[in-house]
Design a binder for this molecule. Structure first.
Ligand SMILES: Cc1cc2nc3c(=O)[nH]c(=O)nc-3n(C[C@H](O)[C@H](O)[C@H](O)COP(=O)(O)OP(=O)(O)OC[C@H]3O[C@@H](n4cnc5c(N)ncnc54)[C@H](O)[C@@H]3O)c2cc1C
Length: 314
């Protein structure tokens, strides 16, 4: 029902309510945003280009060249440089070897520019191929990927990373999956966020905890601090546009790196499917989008309370 209603919304309305979630049109918008976040707030970014389900080699090559441009431009910046990308945009649906070669071209170039790459995780049709490619290339390249706690298979996937020192972004997963392979209650997915954070850390992997849920950020943090994990082994990640300023500030003050997912688009139409997916998942974006708009006019509406969100360190 939610999907149906969101898909009925005209694109201009989706864009209006959700534009806070996309840095803008073109590479320069994303870099400008990332630079500003770092200089102003010491918040790092991972820059991603929106544009999925590419089906022909010509479009794939355009995307590879855009990532080359992004890497070239980022190489001159002095904030922490990360990019995220999707295998479907590198031609995995055309041919696996072709996709691997495209990914290698990007990883090589990123290595020269000292830019860290994360392979985003798409729907469950791509989980096996993404992990297979990741594990094969991880032997030669320092890069990361994503695991989704909603999938029943994820614990085995973590165990399957044995022997590799990986960097995993852990999130509940944005794609709606069949109940035969995934949890369908957010509470279950989020309990697994805490369990898998611990499991990954115990197996010496680096973990990027990607959730906006205060309760589970605190739960994960308590596990991290109980185990006396070095703050450099974890970071906390959020989507650009989701209002989490206070907790981000507190995490930074506590010594953790906070990173935002900063997407850009080459044309607004490519951003619309990303924004619709976010809207289906979080219809509150409509309300928050409206509040953001009003907030810019009536500042006091968005004033925040002062009590700390994170409990004191034990
Ligand atoms: C840095 C980063 C990278 C990600 N990469 C991937 C990926 O590669 N693959 C993948 O499948 N998923 C990815 N995700 C999405 C993720 O899986 C979740 O879908 C998303 O983070 C929402 O889940 P949550 O844990 O925040 O819980 P939720 O219960 O969805 O959110 C908790 C609270 O945060 C607020 N909130 C959350 N999202 C929004 C929003 N969009 N707008 C407004 N308020 C919001 C709401 O108040 C909500 O009540 C990524 C998320 C982040 C932060």
């Amino acid at each position: 029902m939610k999907d149906f209603l969101v898909n009925l919304l005209p694109s201009f309305l989706v864009k209006f309510f959700a534009r806070a979630y996309v840095s803008g049109v073109g590479i320069d918008c994303a870099i400008k945003k990332a630079r500003k976040l770092w200089i102003k707030n010491k918040i790092a970014s991972t820059i991603d280009m929106l544009g999925e389900e590419v089906t022909n080699a010509e479009d794939v090559e355009k995307i590879v060249q855009l990532y080359f441009d992004l890497i070239n431009k980022l190489a001159n910046e002095d904030f922490p440089k990360h990019i995220s990308l999707k295998l479907t945009s590198l031609g995995v649906d055309i041919d696996k070897t072709y996709c691997i070669n495209n990914l290698k071209r990007i990883l090589e170039k990123a290595k020269q520019g000292e830019i860290f790459v994360t392979l985003d995780m798409e729907n469950s049709n791509y989980t096996s191929v993404t992990l297979e490619i990741y594990k094969n290339l991880k032997k030669n390249y320092e890069f990361g990927t994503v695991l989704q706690t909603r999938l029943f298979r994820t614990k085995d996937d973590i165990i399957g990373l044995e022997g590799l020192q990986t960097r995993i972004r852990l999130c509940i997963g944005v794609y709606i999956e069949d109940e035969s392979i995934a949890y369908n209650k957010k509470k279950d997915m989020k309990e697994k966020l805490v369990e898998y954070t611990t499991l990954l850390l115990e197996n010496n992997h680096q973990v990027d905890i990607a959730t906006h849920d205060h309760k589970y950020i605190i739960r994960a943090l308590q596990e991290i601090e109980k185990r006396k994990v070095d703050p450099s082994q974890v970071e906390f990640q959020f989507l650009l546009g989701v209002p989490r300023v206070r907790i981000q500030k507190e995490l930074i003050e506590r010594g953790y790196l906070v990173r935002l997912y900063v997407p850009f688009t080459i044309e607004w139409k490519y951003a619309i499917s990303y924004l619709r997916r976010r809207l289906i998942e979080n219809p509150s974006m409509l309300y928050l989008g409206g509040l953001d708009f009003l907030g810019r006019i009536f500042q006091p509406l968005t004033k925040q309370r002062r009590r700390p969100i994170l409990p004191p360190r034990k």
